[in-house]
Design a protein around this ligand. Structure first.
Ligand SMILES: [Zn+2]
Length: 96
């Protein structure tokens, strides 16, 4: 289940949740941040609300990949960067 304070973040994160077959509960919080985003092991995801589209959406894809990694017991920054744009493109194609 995904909860968010931001409608676009909710839309993108919900897509990623299905695409990545996530199982846990996640809160995606769009807020002022000193980075593009953070993903915590307890399911909290923060994304920088000042990012413009498509950087905002891609940042969510990036953090959702980290969420999947946490569910599988590891973290890998390289994998998240390599797959964030692919996931974002799939989001665009499926929602067009
Ligand atoms: Zn990362």
């Amino acid at each position: 289940m995904i909860y968010s304070n931001h409608p676009i973040a909710l839309d993108v994160a919900s897509y990623c949740y299905k695409n990545l077959a996530l199982a846990g509960n996640y809160v995606v919080d769009a807020k002022r941040l000193d980075a593009d985003g953070y993903c915590y092991e307890d399911g909290l995801i923060e994304v920088n609300e000042s990012l413009q589209s498509p950087d905002f959406e891609i940042a969510i894809c990036h953090e959702m990949i980290h969420a999947k990694q946490y569910e599988n017991g590891y973290t890998c920054e390289k994998e998240a960067y390599e797959n964030e744009y692919i996931l974002f493109q799939q989001y665009l194609e499926d929602y067009r």
